[in-house]
Ligand binder design. Structure first.
Ligand SMILES: Cc1cc2nc3c(=O)[nH]c(=O)nc-3n(C[C@H](O)[C@H](O)[C@H](O)COP(=O)(O)OP(=O)(O)OC[C@H]3O[C@@H](n4cnc5c(N)ncnc54)[C@H](O)[C@@H]3O)c2cc1C
Length: 432
């Protein structure tokens, strides 16, 4: 590799897009492309796992990171992706599920107050009409914007689970995920329904996310099973777990920002911003009589601690095995967060799985379970401490050595697949 040439780290959707637009080589720790955006297949009889659809048709399709839907109205990127895999489009069906009351309220909750009863609706509306004071933490921001009533009812317990308890210590972010619109809230208090938020519509590849990723990776120069264990930013070399090394001129790194910094032996004089990990449970089961037809549900009060449960097969029945009794089956993903740096033991995961199954069965969502898989995402959600300049300084430090972080984890920002792909495309073409 010549001194001036550019190397991409990571063959997730960001790295693949950069490699494609820039004609660049990629190194990837895993044996397959896709990063978190990866489907896999599970045989019902054996619970064996396959990266690509095996010949036998009676397999369940799941995703490593839980349901991965392509949000956002970006016709340019979606049009480009259609070259690799045809897509279908869907109108979101999401709700908040208060498990203890068995109550479903369409998402966003604040725009469907009628479902909570007149007293709560009036109280919540009057609180939301007050000007929101400035907020330092996510908890303060949510309380200020939605008022104490909705905060205690939903926003606090949900975000306690979603942020693994960081709620009172991290800066507010991703305001667009919890839209505050008084006119819509008022209409909702009178029973009108409205679609709002960043994911009103989404797309999904007709043949699964794996088909899209395989298409994106086709004919690229990707070295798999190459885990980067060290970067020498002075000598401009990347070292791998297998003992080999590779020179580079510039790096585009889609690895999490904290990892890229540590691998490069660089640091900044600021506390590192926090992250949370997610355990995704993928479950194939008999469909229960009470399973709602929602694509996913936000759950503030699950006994077993998860914050979201989604139903793949409510989006597409192709997630289910092609069997005569297909209509009686359901495939679900269940997400629970852990504080970054902590991880449950195998025994704890086993107990948690049993608790989730019991809870979903109690709710009438599922019957007997046929297959189940657990996937761990180490850096899943990235956060920042109030007033932190860690991210900005980390990016600047790496830039000095021609290391350019890209993507959701690379740049430590909340963004979906489509935005990550757009960013990869731009970064790659800038390296041409
Ligand atoms: C639980 C969850 C649900 C989500 N749901 C959605 C959704 O529904 N819709 C949506 O649009 N977005 C969703 N997202 C966001 C989406 O997953 C990301 O935007 C996107 O996958 C980012 O892709 P990436 O390529 O930047 O990162 P990654 O997919 O993390 O890719 C990084 C790659 O680097 C490789 N790598 C890591 N370390 C090394 C190393 N040391 N050496 C070599 N290679 C390495 C990894 O194996 C991986 O392949 C979700 C995220 C999470 C956590």
């Amino acid at each position: 590799m010549s001194e001036g040439s550019c190397l991409v780290l990571g063959a997730g959707v960001t790295g693949l897009s950069a490699a494609r637009s820039g004609g660049l080589p990629v190194v990837e720790a895993c044996a397959d492309p896709g990063g978190i955006c990866r489907s896999y297949y599970v045989a019902q009889a054996t619970n064996d796992r396959y990266a690509a659809p095996p010949r036998a048709r009676a397999v369940w399709r799941f995703e490593t990171g839980g349901g991965h839907w392509l949000f956002g109205d970006d016709p340019l990127v979606l049009g480009w992706l259609e070259r690799f895999a045809p897509m279908r489009r869907y109108a979101r069906r999401a709700a908040v599920y208060f498990a203890r009351r068995g109550l479903l309220v369409p998402y966003p909750l604040q725009n469907h107050l009628a479902a909570l009863g007149k007293e709560i609706a009036v109280q919540a509306l009057s609180e939301m009409a007050r000007p929101a004071p400035p907020a330092e933490t996510l908890a303060e921001w949510l309380r200020a914007n939605f008022g104490p009533t909705l905060f205690e009812l939903f926003f606090r317990p949900f975000h306690e689970r979603y942020t693994a308890g960081l709620l009172d210590r991290i800066a507010p972010q991703d305001a667009y995920k919890s839209p505050r619109d008084l006119a819509l809230a008022l209409r909702g208090a009178f029973g009108a329904t409205s679609a709002a938020g960043y994911n009103v519509f989404f797309a999904y590849p007709c043949d699964g996310l794996d088909a899209l990723v395989r298409g994106l990776a086709r004919d690229l120069d990707i070295a798999f099973a190459k885990q980067v264990v060290r970067i020498d930013p002075i000598e401009r070399s990347v070292f791998f777990a297998d003992g080999t090394a590779r020179r580079y001129g510039r790096l585009l790194s889609s690895l999490p920002l904290n990892h890229t910094l540590a691998l490069s032996g660089l640091s900044v004089a600021e506390p590192t911003d926090p992250y949370t990990s997610v355990l995704v449970l993928n479950i194939g089961a008999r469909r229960g009589p009470q399973l709602p037809d929602a694509h996913w549900l936000y759950v503030p009060d699950s006994r077993s601690g998860f914050y979201r449960v989604g139903c793949y097969s409510n989006v597409e029945e192709s997630f289910l095995p092609a069997r005569a009794d297909r209509a009686e089956l359901a495939s679900l993903y269940v997400e629970r967060a852990w504080l970054g740096g902590t991880r449950p033991t195998e025994a704890e995961i086993e107990r948690y799985q049993q608790a989730v199954i019991a809870e979903l069965q109690d709710w009438g969502f599922i019957g007997a379970v046929e297959v189940m898989q657990a996937d761990w995402i180490e850096v899943a959600y990235t956060w920042s401490w109030p007033g932190s300049r860690w991210r900005e300084r980390a990016l600047k430090t790496l830039r000095r050595y021609d290391i350019f972080p890209i993507g959701r984890y690379g740049r430590w920002v909340f963004q979906g697949i489509v935005d990550s792909i757009r960013e990869g495309l731009v970064a790659g073409s800038c390296m041409r």
